[in-house]
Design a protein. Structure first.
Length: 390
């Protein structure tokens, strides 16, 4: 059953049984929370897996008695991996559905577009995957909590590889979005402090037809390593174009937005990723913890496939929201936001220990550095080479 059908069924059930409105009971038998996930667009494959983690959490919560004695329901809106669409989804969930807390959005730009509205309407969000450090400095940040970690950690991993490998002509090829720019700025600051030369910085349009001109500029600049930050669709186009220009001998370092790119959808890009000296990094769970082991077993039993990146963080986000509603004792946005900081101060989740600071950011992280390998002809696999713990 597709996630869109699941979301429709959830809404239909709520219409039949009634939904708890903020500040009153009215005989409702359910509590509705919102979700804004990338079910289509550049991160559709990732969003599909992430939505399954959220749905699994809701099912387990309800099997364990629900929240405040009522079943929890999740209405998933599709952001289409687009900032403006995510903002409209946020408004719909608040103004039409009356939700008082939201899981998501997934991407940093969508969080940035919705943050002021969240603060004004006192409806907090818990994003499982919006990593940009630009989010942290926003005046509304306390209304945008994250079960993922900020890209100051990921940027450190990328910069350390560049410095340790002795590269001295770095080029950036990043999305012109808060996500891409955020990582670029972190890595740039660290490289400049280490006296590493940056020869070219390109912030590209994620929906451009091709990137041949931009990649040609990087070739002309004489880069000895390329830092690339993007999502599946634009990154695939970058790699396909890079292959045409013979850039498969230059080292590439890529961020976690590429992780999970499917060879079945982007065969030329997958081939380039295996041929080029390309490494990536992604947030990984604390290995071997009972919570993560149990989560993976439950996910695989429910969905007959393994969880991908940020499936554990969305699972934690839903569970923390449920705990916060219980802690608040009422379904009220302001009360739930305050309670989130209480329950998230010391929480052992599937993704590891969550210890939110005063702005709802995690204090610790583990990143895996990965390679993309063709294990058998036409079969590709992401392999974690080593972990970096912060």
């Amino acid at each position: 059953m597709s996630k869109k059908i699941v979301a429709v069924l959830i809404v239909a059930c709520m219409l039949l049984v009634g939904v708890l409105a903020p500040g009153c009971d009215g005989g409702a038998t359910t509590i509705e929370i919102g979700g804004i996930l990338s079910m289509t667009g550049a991160l559709a494959a990732m969003g599909d897996l992430i939505s399954q983690g959220a749905i699994l959490a809701v099912e387990e919560i309800n099997a364990d008695g629900g929240v405040l004695g009522k079943n929890l329901t999740l209405t998933i809106e599709d952001s289409a991996t687009n900032d403006a669409t995510a903002f409209e989804a946020y408004k719909k969930l608040v103004e039409v559905d009356g939700v008082q807390v939201i899981v998501g959005p997934m991407i940093s730009g969508a969080v940035m577009s919705s943050g002021a509205y969240a603060e004004l309407n006192e409806v907090a969000m818990v994003s499982p995957s919006a990593t940009s450090p630009l989010i942290t400095v926003q005046t509304w940040k306390e209304w945008a909590l994250r079960t993922c970690t900020g890209d100051h950690f990921q940027g450190q991993v990328i910069a350390d590889i560049i410095i340790e490998e002795g590269y001295n002509a770095t080029a950036f090829m990043v999305q012109d979005t808060p996500y891409g720019i955020g990582i670029e700025l972190v890595v740039t600051e660290l490289l400049e402090a280490a006296n590493v030369t940056i020869v070219k910085t390109i912030r590209y349009d994620e929906v451009a037809t091709n990137y041949l001109t931009e990649l040609g500029q990087i070739i002309d600049a004489g880069a000895d390593v390329i830092v690339q930050v993007g999502y599946h669709t634009d990154s695939a186009k970058v790699y396909e174009n890079a292959d045409l220009l013979g850039m498969n001998t230059t080292p590439w370092l890529v961020a976690e937005g590429v992780y999970g790119l499917l060879a079945s959808e982007y065969p030329a890009a997958a081939a380039f990723m295996t041929e080029a000296p390309l490494l990536g990094c992604t947030l990984v769970p604390e290995a071997g913890t009972p919570a993560y082991t149990a989560f993976v077993a439950a996910y695989e039993a429910r969905w007959a496939e393994s969880p991908g990146v940020y499936c554990d963080t969305v699972y934690d986000a839903v569970n923390l929201i449920a705990l916060a509603i219980e802690e608040a004792g009422e379904y009220d946005g302001a009360a739930i936001k305050e309670a989130l900081y209480v329950v998230g101060a010391d929480y052992d989740g599937a993704s590891g220990a969550i210890n939110w600071d005063e702005l709802g950011d995690r204090a610790h992280a583990t990143y895996g550095v990965w390679d993309y390998v063709e294990t058998t002809p036409g079969v590709y696999e992401y392999q974690i080479l080593y972990n970096v713990v912060f």
